[in-house]
Design a binder for this molecule. Structure first.
Ligand code: HEM
Length: 406
């Protein structure tokens, strides 16, 4: 790939080609593949029937029966992403099964070996990540119909009456709402290079309006995701094995590594959208643990998207440009984008309160045993990525605010 294309200051900067960013869908995988070659029918059959197999207590036995398959017949990117998604569902189901304390600390080699090989090939981690369950886990019901909630579905399900459909599809729609803003980024850089303030302001206004569209989409979560099911069921299946009290050492990937490995669970913190706007606007989070978490989440993104964020950070600073011009309207346009990030993060904090803090409190109220309640408060405070959530998310929201220009 030509070096010039990697730099936002080059007119030839093609974010779609170089960074695998689709014009309409941004970071989402366009038209994900839905079937694998017949050789992989065993994986697909388990992944497609996960809730029933868990319900009948048959999942773990079925997983052990699958032969250890080579990944050589997965030659295309889309088939690799589908296989990674299916193996991710199988792994989460195998480890957490019914969502009680009966967990598995060893992933059998027939799944672990191909899963880790595929992960290495794709540059992803061997755990179900946002790149799998949101970006590559969707289809249109009517192929000619629009990309709206009612015309979309997910490819695989966890137990929980379709709670995952709501969570994954609303996240996907947030990605799509942001896509028009991301498409505008090269224009913004070009305008900056040409010192064209009018075009700069226009580009910033388009970006702000897409951020606000994303905020509107965010609100759909209340219609499609039930807080009690999210908290008590889906969250378990998305949990990882980093900082986990049930798998304190992590998961042993049999036949791959001799010691257990710790990986964070699937979280929308692994979405590139928020981090892309931060990088573009020069918003840097200096709170140690929050900054560290966001950096770590990048390692769960597809490598091309991570490279895109790095390329934005290395490119010329929009923030410095705005500051240097002393133009009130330009500053307002920039501030409106930062303000939209604050609004998105504010709204997100409310979501976390509804979907984690409140149901956790309800559950705790129902508990009689004081020993259980100490466990519970640990769970209450942790997101699927393993963070102490409210403190962490407030710190990020507050540091975003400090980037408003006066
Ligand atoms: C039921 C809905 C949701 C809940 C309960 C929720 C919960 C959380 C939690 C607990 C974190 C902290 C990191 C972790 O430990 O995982 C987090 C981070 C994050 N979430 Fe969500 N989330 C929800 C929906 C979404 C959606 C739809 C998006 C957008 C696609 C999103 C974007 C983010 C981002 C970008 C972060 C990283 C922090 C930041 O940059 O502000 N979340 N979320």
């Amino acid at each position: 790939m030509a070096q010039a294309k990697l730099c936002p200051t080059e007119g030839s900067w093609k974010i779609d080609e170089v960074f695998q960013i689709d014009k309409e869908l941004a970071f989402a995988l366009p038209s994900p593949q839905e079937n694998l070659p017949d050789k992989y029918a065993g994986w697909m059959c388990i992944a497609k029937n996960l809730p029933e197999l868990i319900e009948r207590d048959e999942l773990r036995a079925r997983v052990k029966e699958v032969p250890e398959l080579s990944i050589d017949d997965l030659t295309e990117h889309k088939s690799q992403r589908l296989a990674h998604l299916a193996l991710g569902y199988i792994t989460m189901g195998y480890v957490w099964n019914k969502g009680d304390e009966d967990v598995r600390k060893i992933l059998p080699r027939n799944i672990a070996v191909p899963y880790c090989k595929l992960s290495a090939k794709l540059g992803l981690r061997p755990i179900l990540a946002y790149a799998d369950c949101v970006l590559a886990n969707w289809k249109k019901k009517d192929p000619n119909g629009p990309m709206i909630y009612e015309n979309l579905d997910i490819l695989f399900f966890f137990p929980g009456d379709g709670c995952d459909r709501g969570f994954f599809l609303v996240s996907l729609l947030v990605e799509l709402a942001a896509a028009s803003a991301i498409k505008k980024i090269p224009d913004l850089f070009n305008a900056m290079i040409k010192q064209d303030l009018v075009k700069c302001k226009d580009a910033l206004r388009v970006i702000k309006s897409c951020q606000l569209d994303a905020l509107e989409v965010f609100k759909q979560i209340h219609k499609h995701v039930d807080p009690t099911i999210f908290y008590n069921v889906l969250r378990t299946y998305l949990s990882g094995w980093k900082g986990s009290s049930l798998l304190p050492e992590g998961l042993l990937y049999e036949g791959v590594w001799d010691t257990p490995k710790q990986f964070s669970g699937g979280s929308a913190g692994q979405s590139s959208v928020f981090q892309c706007f931060d990088a573009l606007l020069g918003i840097r989070h200096s709170d140690g643990s929050a900054a560290g978490f966001l950096q770590e989440m990048r390692t769960y993104m597809p490598p091309a998207h991570k490279a895109f964020l790095e390329s934005l950070e290395k490119g010329p600073s929009i923030r410095k440009f705005v500051l240097s011009k002393g133009d009130r309207c330009l500053k307002d346009a920039y501030n409106e984008c930062v303000g939209a990030m604050v609004s998105l993060r504010d709204y997100h904090l409310g979501i976390v309160d509804t979907y984690i803090t409140k149901p956790a409190r309800e559950k705790q109220k129902g508990k009689q045993d004081p020993e259980d309640s100490s466990n519970q408060s640990e769970t209450e405070n942790k997101g699927t990525g393993g963070t102490n959530i409210m403190t962490f998310l407030q710190a990020i929201r507050d540091s975003t605010k400090t980037f408003l220009l006066v």
